[in-house]
Design a protein around this ligand. Sequence first.
Ligand code: IPM
Ligand code: MG
Length: 370
Amino acid sequence: MTVRNLFLLPGDGIGPEAMAEVRKIIAYMNAEMAGGFTTDEGLVGGSAYDTHGAAISDADMEKAMAADAVLFGAVGGPKWDDVPYEVRPEAGLLRLRKDMQLFANLRPAICYPALSDASSLKPELVEGLDILIVRELTGGVYFGEPKEIIDLGNGQKRGIDTQVYDTYEIERIAGVAFELARTRNNRVCSMEKRNVMKSGVLWNQVVTATHKAKYSDVALDHMLADAGGMQLVRAPKQFDVIVTDNLFGDMLSDVAAMLTGSLGMLPSASLSAPDATSGKRKALYEPVHGSAPDIAGKGIANPIAMIASFAMCLRYSFNLVKEADNLEKAIANVLDKGVRTGDIMADGARQVGTVEMGDAILAEFKALSA
Ligand code: IPM
Ligand code: MG
């Protein structure tokens, strides 16, 4: 039987509550569908800091590297606001991304029909929205060196981050965007700031050259990232795939997430290049939302983004396409039936907590898989 090794990193805040709902689905798939999942679990973020004094331990890092896929909850919270910068909760996530070389971050923003009223935009602008942001995840200003605060000696300090991209980094993320566009509506919009940034000029040149060399069948547009942000809230349905750098992708994906009604809805996948011999990609799946410390432990968090991240895991790491489709359909059906967590509550809907939402999705998944 196929063995599928999952490494779970629930993290902080609402991460563990959301992960508990995914565990139920894994248990069901193992019992009834020969899922073959083995799970091991580690600590990341503040919880890792409390235990190991690091945002992720070397031992857990090794397990993450060896797993077929990592499921990640969320990190951070006010409790760790004052820990040293090097071991702040986010450092665990950044180390996972960097060490596993997860350069391709896929952030789909899909507006479930039942939720078009929950968006801050008019329903007609978001109904049927289905865009994919492909964010470069291991380069740019989040990782570039120098990265420091220096004392200028005159009572002033200087904070420095370095935005840097090499040709190969832009080529490979553009390649992922074009390949994915071919499986969708065949359109890519690349966003940068070539009007003020040298890295933006290079980004634009390399995306254009990659398109010309290998992907001229895909329609390609370029937009300045600020204008892109404006277009995302003006007319989001004009986009199919958006490819952009680490910083702009971070911001634009939060914007896109909110178009769909709640940050609690959006999953993501972070993938490495395929291994030269095995062809397998290292992968980490995480909700786009954070640890939401204000509602942690109350049993009211929305587990949908976490469950939808597991659906992406089924699709991209294990090629379980039917199962992934069914899990996504289960989420849509539950929303259609008017079941809602507080963040997406609407008039006439039935408000439930984290566990009930997870149960409802599992019940629907079972029915669809029967
Ligand atoms: C995200 C988050 C992270 C990022 C933080 C938690 C480091 O905002 O995944 O979008 O900045 O990439
Ligand atoms: Mg972010």
